[in-house]
Design a protein around this ligand. Structure first.
Ligand code: GLA
Length: 394
């Protein structure tokens, strides 16, 4: 008997670099998947290949410790899944043999790597007749993926496992929760590659982890100052008892909170802090705009999110800024970088009347000058909010 796992990529609509700070995110799972076609082996071995010459075949045994392969090697995502399951106490006596394929663009900020982690876990669970609740599996795989060295949050694995056709997903953390929100008819999500690779396991990793560290430092300093009393305490009841970013975002007086933070934090830490707390509050506003069917309000929040990622979090690039600018000039309601940044993709919110002009403008003004011709359908496409990962018999 043979099986196929499909695991979708995701596009984050808003709430960027908030997940590892315990604040919500708002992605969609998309209609592009990583697929693992496999058969079950009686031995505890994983043997996988790929139709693409870029991804060499590999094999490893399902016995602890599972060692990492060289940095950047694609097998590490499969090893991470296996290791996460074994460390959770699941015995993997049977292995899998098969082929990994898919149409999620790689290193593009669309979470092909988490889709591979989730797909591998589902294949190994299937092979061993084990089922886990999806929320638990999402949390487990988020931890497991840190094996590749990125101190990532839990958005990607949760979106991959919980996608629902036609819905965006409000994902909250500590504990993990997922709430589907219907996307209004006629909202269109244009995804545009910046043509710059953003490899989670390579170059972008250090810059990402540096920001995670800066956020922790900024939080510790702000919480310390607020609980110490003084101006912060009198102005901000919630802030005075805060220990997390979530407490801070719900403070009575967000402007006062930022004024206090500016006094005690270095300029860089202050900018990181301001991004996290303002982005955290934009997620709730964006969800409300979507529920109200207000395309333009949602779009304006995307633009503010992009500006904050560009100026305060410093994860945008000239190419991403150019895409956002062209998309807006051509009539998109909003646009922003999506995923970690440092390259990868931007997403633009359009309706039926603007989707074509926006794609035409991006083709003419962004892609043709850089490529000498039109973009491929992996570089510029409309992403549909889609269902989550699953296993079917082939
Ligand atoms: C990467 C991580 C996610 C999230 C985003 C930024 O995709 O894997 O957990 O932190 O970056 O929002």
């Amino acid at each position: 008997m043979s099986w196929r796992v499909t695991a979708p990529g995701r596009v984050n609509l808003i709430g960027e670099h908030t997940d590892y700070n315990g604040l919500p995110v708002f992605p969609i799972a998309i209609d592009r998947d990583i697929r693992v076609d496999f058969r079950v082996l009686d031995d505890p071995v994983v043997r996988l290949d790929s139709p693409s010459a870029r991804f060499a075949p590999f094999a490893f045994r399902l016995k602890r410790p599972i060692e990492a392969s060289a940095q950047g090697d694609w097998s590490n995502y499969v090893r991470a899944a296996a290791r996460g399951l074994l460390e959770h106490g699941i015995s993997l006596d049977r292995g899998i043999e098969g082929t990994v394929s898919g149409d999620v663009p790689i290193a593009s900020g669309l979470s092909s790597s988490s889709a591979l982690v989730v797909a591998s876990a589902l294949a190994l669970l299937k092979a061993n007749g084990v089922t886990l609740p999806r929320l638990q599996l999402a949390a487990l795989m988020a931890r497991a993926e840190r094996f590749v060295g990125l101190e990532g949050g839990g958005m990607d694995q949760a979106a991959c496992l919980h996608g629902i056709a036609g819905h965006a997903l409000r994902i909250e953390f500590d504990p993990l929760r997922v709430t589907p929100v219907p996307v209004p008819d006629g909202w269109r999500w244009v995804v545009a590659s910046s043509l710059v690779r953003a490899e989670k396991s390579a170059g972008a990793r250090e810059m990402y982890n540096e920001r995670a560290r800066q956020c922790r430092e900024a939080l510790a300093a702000s919480v310390g100052a607020a609980s110490g009393g003084g101006a912060a305490k009198s102005r901000n009841r919630a802030a005075s008892t805060a220990t997390t970013y979530r407490d801070l975002v719900s403070a009575d007086d967000p402007d006062g909170l930022l004024r206090d933070a500016r006094r005690i934090l270095s300029p860089v830490l202050f900018r990181r802090f301001r991004h996290v707390v303002t982005e955290g509050s934009r997620v709730a506003l964006a969800e409300q705009a979507m529920s109200d069917g207000d395309l333009h309000r949602f779009g304006r929040l995307m633009v503010r999110s992009h500006e904050s990622l560009r100026d305060d979090y410093e994860v945008s690039t000239d190419e991403l800024d150019a895409i956002v600018g062209v998309a807006r000039e051509a009539g998109a309601a909003g646009a922003r970088l999506t995923g970690a940044g440092f390259g990868g993709c931007a997403v633009a919110l359009c309706d039926d009347s603007t989707v074509e002009p926006v794609m035409e403008a991006l083709t003419a003004r962004f892609y043709k000058p850089r490529l000498g011709g039109p973009p491929t359908t992996d570089m510029l496409f409309v992403a549909k909010p889609s269902g989550g990962a699953g296993v079917q018999e082939r």
